[in-house]
Design a protein around this ligand. Structure first.
Ligand SMILES: [Cu+2]
Length: 170
């Protein structure tokens, strides 16, 4: 027979094990419900669709920012004119066999899009201006987010006859 001093520790041990199981099951249920609750409470959709198109998950919010693609081939940019909303992302994909360098008008200063200038290339603002600021090799991409409303002409700085327009609306 087990004495009092043997039974009590065994009971305590069983109660602790039971408590751990209950807590971990409860914790699992809470964590499982958490992802459903988060999107409803977040006030503004984050611009998460700019970096990757491989997630395979469609953005559920109707006014989410969109990513548009412009292809560059031996025939130039396609589509030549593209309408986007402010906040949208445009990706220029180099499908040609030569380098491309998309940049805002006018050649060679690239100052038409607000804040842009070829003189800022290489500086701290280089990633925020409408200017690839260097050659984009075949199969490469240049990405820019349009925040300014207007009709913005651009060109391939390495082959000025190739150009296009991005029309940005509210
Ligand atoms: Cu240029």
């Amino acid at each position: 027979m087990l004495g009092y001093y043997h039974v009590v520790p065994i009971l305590m041990y069983k109660i602790i094990i039971l408590a751990i199981i209950i807590l971990s099951v409860g914790g699992f249920l809470i964590t499982r419900n958490a992802p459903e609750a988060v999107p409803e409470s977040s006030p503004e959709p984050v611009v998460s669709n700019t970096s990757s198109e491989s997630t395979g998950v469609a953005a559920p919010v109707a006014d989410a920012q969109t990513t548009h693609t412009v292809l560059y081939t031996a025939e130039g940019f396609s589509p030549k004119e593209l309408s986007v909303k402010a906040g949208d992302t445009v990706v220029w994909r180099n499908m040609s066999t030569t380098d491309m360098w998309p940049a805002t008008a006018m050649h060679p200063t690239h100052t038409v899009y607000p804040g842009s200038a070829i003189t800022k290339c290489g500086g701290s603002e280089a990633s925020q201006i409408f200017d690839a600021c260097g050659p984009v090799a075949a199969a490469g991409e240049y990405t820019f987010v349009f925040s300014e409303v207007g009709s913005w002409k651009y060109h391939n700085h390495l082959n000025v006859r190739d150009g296009g327009t991005i029309a940005v609306t509210e």
